[in-house]
Design a protein around this ligand. Sequence first.
Ligand SMILES: [Zn+2]
Length: 445
Amino acid sequence: MKVRCAPYISCVLVLTAVLPGFGQTSSMQAPPLIAPPPKPATHVAIHAGRLLDPRTGNYASNVFIVIDGDRVASVDASAPSGLAVIDLSLQTVLPGLTDCHAHILGNEKDESPTSGLRMSSPMAALWGYRNLQVWLDHGFTSMRDAGESDLAYGQLALRDAIKQGLIRGPRIVSAGNFISVTGGHCDSDPLAPDKALPRRPNLADTVDEVSNAVRHDIKYGADWIKLMATGGVLDPWSDYNVEELSEAQMARAVEVAHRAGKHVMAHAEGTEGIKAAVRAGVDSIEHGTMLDEEGATLMEQRGTWLVPTLYTFQFGLQHDAEFGADPVSVAKEKALISRQQPSFQRALNHHLKIAYGTDLDPDYSSMEFSALVRGGMSPLGAIQAATVNAASLLESQDTGVVEPGKFADIIAVSGDPLKDIAVMEHIVFVMKGGEIVRDSVHVTK
Ligand SMILES: [Zn+2]
């Protein structure tokens, strides 16, 4: 450590002298050892053939979006003078998208129960870096990580590295590790009893153990707490029908998290677990695959969010075996899928607040749009789920719509997504915070 301290101190002194504000940080995180290369200040305009306001579904035609730094400065009908103009006059322009149920780390194409045991935390984070570029490429400029099984919290390191400008990636808010009962959906130890791994801090079998697990996540920087309210599919031992964490345990998690200004999401497939999680006060139900009338009514009354993740189950039915899932998991998937559509229809009937989430390899991150529409949502509703609704769930004031003062998170598609939602699978332009991260419009011209 001594060897490393000396250059660090001198580096800080030099940077403090030359960079105003360097070394002044409001959080507990140390400033980056080496300042990221300064980005040229963006001052450009985008000529949008049409710009969608997802709040209303209205298009503004032939408008100029002026970008100053990382924000939108103005949206006007007339061309600004003296500015470079990015020509998207043949495209439909929308705000950047948000995936509210992402798992950043590791290889999402390896679904075997032992995949986590064969990948180190650093390798999972490197996969995470790769995965984040794919999400960006598909127009996802923000996301919520829905929990990981990484005791080193690689997802929080990636979140912070992006914030500090060290690497490129979407804006991230993140859960910590999955909080599960012993032998529950995210116990994550598939070994025989005489080969078992040391007990991990994400396991909680009593109300007080839940407090410890929640505080452990908060201590290391989680924005959200992820609870396993029921069993799940991609492990060979849990039963998705069964409530796992008790209502009292989940209520304690909500109490501890909310007191610390954090939010709580619950993986919930089975009917009783969904209702227990809602009564316990969680902020969002993930999947909700076996939602009944009583549960939908409860969610409507309490304003609980639903992140339905429809496509991951549909995709899994075709590809779980090919991706190495245990035959028991494949059988569970087949048995559960018939419950999905009636539950989603119930959610729509009760006008639940719905946000977009994939729970899938980022190569398929755009596929949920069509799945939502096939399930009965309007194309505008599906786009709202990934923009304004997602911003509301994540309490982001700066994303979800393109207007002055918001982040310049802007994407474009060819065609009209309100008429053909499948065009969302072919994003041709992505800007995050004023920086162009994809431009297939001008490359191909
Ligand atoms: Zn998930």
